[in-house]
Design a protein around this ligand. Structure first.
Ligand code: ADP
Length: 489
């Protein structure tokens, strides 16, 4: 918008018409004071200022404009009928005008000037706006850099306060921060602590997890620099994501040395206790079996039924002790598998028979699904039977209100898959993977059903030694399907 300042209304009128006929918006003021008031309130791209005015003359107005930041850069064209002399024109320029036009006005020339200054000012304003935005952006970036640095510092302080060894790696896996505890185990920031020769390499394991974009969790012994002793630690590295991409990694080593020692002592105790229990139990069993023979002909005597009950309990105790012994064998790497080609159908049938024999009620209904194939698979018959019996007895135990069980076989080119399905209490999804861990029992069912939580752990070890896979799919309150696969060759 262009502001016309003139004390003469006629002059304002004719100038307005001229400018508006060239599509300029205009505003007008009849005195210097009014012009100043308006210029401070509105945004003008050009001011056309009459020099001769009562009160403040044009030069004074221009000088005043020059004193305000809002108005100082607005271009001014002076209009004068009288002061055409050089000294006035010079004064005009000196007081801040950018052009001086004398009356009578040549409208073409005036319009040329107006257009030029108007455009210049518009460009100027646009440039200033752009500059201001740029400056704001730079400031914003500087501020967010400061905030980010504060956040990183804060994060590093938190890592320093942790009781663990803590470190961060950039997205390429280069360590870029370590807390003070790191230096108890490593001389330099870029070097991982030394691991026990029998343990896995941290660098290699981390590389794998980096390739798979997966967190890493590893129990490992690392060398304490001062004592030169290897101590068990749990290494964890977790990727930090930004818009779905890995930004960096955060890692910790948690000292689990004491925990490991206690675990070892517990395993040793279990091993000794189960060995020591086994010997007297074997002789108790032998004597009770003798008694059972003696009572062969007293089928209906109360003694015969007592002896039968004792024998059932001895069997339960025996299988518990055998499981405990298996655990200690697994811990010491002594669980051995004796594989030979075996008819899998026979193993399945033997397991079903063994289970049905131990059942006091004959309500259990085991359906056999899938094709029965007389194929021979290299396996340890006793151990695979143990797995199947475990699956079947769990299926019965954890289905108090349903007696139906389905045993399915499925054979493809490379593997056989055997599954046991029940319609019992089921397992919540997030606990399903854990049931194969040592001593793990699902909390919700552990009170109602007796057990030690080691059967499935032993099963998973047996299947692993056969190079097979084991798993479960289950729905809470609907039932579970436990399965394992074995390679055909
Ligand atoms: P145990 O039965 O002696 O507790 P297992 O190792 O055989 O030990 O099983 C571990 C846990 O898995 C059980 O405690 C139980 O919570 C759960 N589980 C196993 N089989 C089933 C099943 N068929 N249905 C529901 N839960 C099961």
């Amino acid at each position: 918008m262009i502001l016309i300042v003139d004390d003469n209304k006629n002059n304002i009128y004719s100038l307005k018409r001229l400018l508006e006929s060239h599509n300029f918006k205009t505003d007008a003021a009849e005195s210097g004071e009014e012009a100043l008031g308006k210029a401070l309130k509105n945004n003008y791209s050009l001011i056309i200022l009459d020099v001769q005015m009562p009160g403040m003359d044009g030069f004074e107005v221009a000088e005043t404009f020059a004193g305000y930041s809002k108005t100082k850069d607005i271009p001014i064209i002076f209009l004068s009928a009288v002061n055409t002399e050089k000294q006035f024109i010079t004064k005009g320029y000196a007081s801040g005008g950018i052009d001086y036009v004398t009356k009578p006005i040549d409208t073409d020339i005036l319009m040329l000037k107006v257009k030029t200054f108007y455009n210049l000012q518009e460009n100027n304003l646009a440039l200033k706006k752009y500059q201001k935005n740029l400056q704001l952006e730079v400031e914003g970036r500087r501020e967010s850099q400061v905030v980010m640095k504060t956040e990183i510092d804060h994060f590093h302080q938190m890592l320093e306060a942790l009781p663990q060894i803590a470190f961060t790696l950039d997205k390429n896996g280069v360590v870029n921060f370590v807390n003070a505890k790191w230096y108890d185990y490593s001389h330099s920031k870029t070097q991982f602590p030394e691991t026990h020769p029998d343990d896995k390499s941290i660098a290699k394991e981390f590389e794998k997890s980096q390739q798979n974009h997966q967190p890493l969790e590893l129990e490992i012994r690392i060398k304490h620099l001062k004592s030169e002793k290897f101590k068990y630690h749990l290494l964890r590295t977790t990727p930090v994501l930004e818009n779905g991409n890995i930004k960096n990694w955060v890692g910790t080593f948690t000292d689990i040395n004491d925990q490991k020692k206690v675990e070892k002592e517990k395993d040793e105790f279990l091993s000794i206790a189960s060995h020591e229990l086994k010997t007297p139990l074997t002789s108790i069993k032998a004597y009770v079996q003798l008694m059972d023979k003696k009572l062969k002909y007293d089928i209906n005597s109360p003694e015969k039924s007592y002896v039968n009950k004792v024998l059932t309990q001895i069997e339960k105790l025996n299988s518990l002790i055998t499981d405990l012994l298996d655990i200690s064998k697994i811990e010491n790497g002594k669980l051995k598998i004796n594989k030979k080609p075996t008819n899998i159908e026979t193993v399945i049938q033997n397991s079903i028979d063994a289970i049905l024999q131990t059942q006091t009620s004959n309500k259990i209904n085991i359906e056999r699904h899938g094709t029965k194939q007389d194929i021979f698979i290299p396996l340890d018959e006793i151990r695979i039977e143990q797995v199947l019996i475990n699956f079947l007895s769990n299926a019965i135990k954890y289905s108090p209100n349903n007696n139906n069980i389905i045993l399915t076989t499925f054979v493809d080119e490379d593997n056989i898959r055997i599954s046991v399905t029940d319609f019992g209490i089921g397992i919540p999804e997030y606990k399903q993977a854990k049931v194969f861990q040592k001593f793990y029992r699902v909390e919700e069912s552990s009170v109602q059903f007796q057990g030690l939580g080691i059967g499935l752990f032993i099963c998973s070890e047996i299947i692993a030694l056969h190079n097979g896979t084991i798993g479960v799919s289950s729905e809470n309150s609907q039932g579970s399907t436990f399965y394992f696969t074995l390679p055909l060759n």
